[in-house]
Design a protein around this ligand. Structure first.
Ligand SMILES: Nc1ncnc2c1ncn2[C@@H]1O[C@H](COP(=O)(O)OP(=O)(O)OP(=O)(O)O)[C@@H](O)[C@H]1O
Length: 354
């Protein structure tokens, strides 16, 4: 395979990007392939380097080393305007003194007046704001302003869309709505998209693949399902969703010793002699059948009603002082009875981390 073939297999290739600010390493060898038409989320805690990576791709920041390709084109050292992307920031970044149509037309310099008018109308229809041409940003809601900013980013028909926390200035309801809309639009246009977010729900809802970042590195890159169900590292397990941790000091005959408990491990578990077991709350079975493995007596500590489900805190009788979380169908509440119950931590739902 020639380098050109390699690059065309994915729409964007990020290779071994390093970036330091003084002595601080913001990006520590980041590599990422984004396929044509794919929406990838960069997810991670504040300061992990998401925005720095996006800015390096946009050419707004210069990486110390590493390469960036869009298709077969090496954009590593091109100025921003030669890189062929549209960008949307957290703040709408519209010109307040320009009308909606002037804002959208801003990136279309060089086109004829009729062409610009037609493209602006097309973009406004795309984002559901037909008829707002003459309005000014101050006359629009936050969600509408962000739609105009999106229309402006898409107007020159870039091959790549970069989104930096595009929803974070919006309130929860508008945000959810816009997430869905943006995803539908992105799919319809088939535009390759990279979105920075620290909101895991947003990433789960929108992404084809998520790159979970921590301290300037990608800890795991995979589908939302893979990230949630098979976290590759303790950091990913902890950062995405909720979970229970059970430290074990030894293992024997396919069982891990957690305090006085011997917990049966899944057959494909990695071979660590000691470490931590991880289990999602919803994997814990309440009042399971007697055949269920890893079935133990437990004491309910607290039940929190969350509408369509309940969160239950409990302690295993043989592991006092180590509260665990389970999820419970509210319909089961009346049948739960006394605080003394049986629970099971099915071996297939346990993950072993060294
Ligand atoms: N121009 C700069 N000069 C010095 N340090 C910087 C600069 N830009 C970013 N940093 C540092 O690099 C680290 C990564 O920043 P970055 O903005 O990429 O994080 P992030 O993951 O996007 O976080 P957030 O979600 O808070 O925006 C941070 O510790 C930040 O303080």
């Amino acid at each position: 395979m020639t380098p050109a073939d390699q690059h065309s297999a994915s729409h964007m290739q990020v290779r071994d990007i390093h970036k330091r600010f003084g002595h601080f390493t913001a990006l520590d060898g980041v590599s990422l392939d984004v396929a044509e038409g794919e929406l990838v989320c960069l997810l991670g805690p504040s300061g992990c380097g998401k925005t720095t990576l996006l800015r390096c791709i946009a050419g707004l920041e210069r990486q110390d080393s590493g390469t960036l390709h869009i298709g077969a084109r090496d954009i590593s050292h091109l100025p921003p305007q030669a890189r062929d992307y549209g960008i949307l920031f957290q703040s709408y970044a519209l010109f307040p003194n320009l009308s909606v149509e002037q804002n959208i037309a801003y990136g279309l310099a060089g086109s004829g007046r009729e062409q610009v008018r037609a493209r602006v109308a097309e973009m406004l229809e795309l984002v559901g704001l037909t008829g707002s041409e003459k309005k000014f940003p101050g006359q629009l809601s936050g969600g509408q302003q962000q739609r105009v900013a999106l229309a402006r980013a898409l107007a020159p028909a870039p091959s790549l869309l970069l989104l930096d926390e595009p929803m974070s200035a919006l309130d929860a309801r508008v945000r959810e709505h816009l997430c869905t809309e943006l995803r539908q639009l992105q799919k319809r246009l088939g535009i390759t998209t990279l979105m920075v977010t620290h909101n895991q729900d947003e990433a789960m809802l929108m992404a084809d693949r998520i790159a979970v970042m921590n301290q300037g590195r990608v800890e795991q890159y995979g589908t939302p399902q893979a990230i949630y169900r098979e976290p590759a590292t303790p950091f990913v397990a902890e950062f995405v969703g909720q979970g229970n941790w059970l430290p074990f000091a030894s293992r024997r005959d396919g069982h891990a010793q957690v305090g006085d408990l011997a917990l049966r491990l899944p057959e494909q578990a990695n071979g660590a002699a000691s470490g931590r077991l991880f289990c999602r709350p919803e994997a814990i079975a309440i009042n399971p059948s007697e055949q269920q493995d890893n079935r133990f007596r437990a004491q309910v500590r607290e039940i929190t009603f969350l509408g369509n489900r309940c969160r239950m805190s409990f302690e295993l009788e043989q592991l006092p002082g180590h509260p665990l979380l389970a999820e419970l169908d509210p319909a089961l509440l009346p049948r739960l009875g006394t605080p003394d119950i049986w629970v099971a931590l099915p071996s297939r739902s346990l993950q072993v981390f060294a």
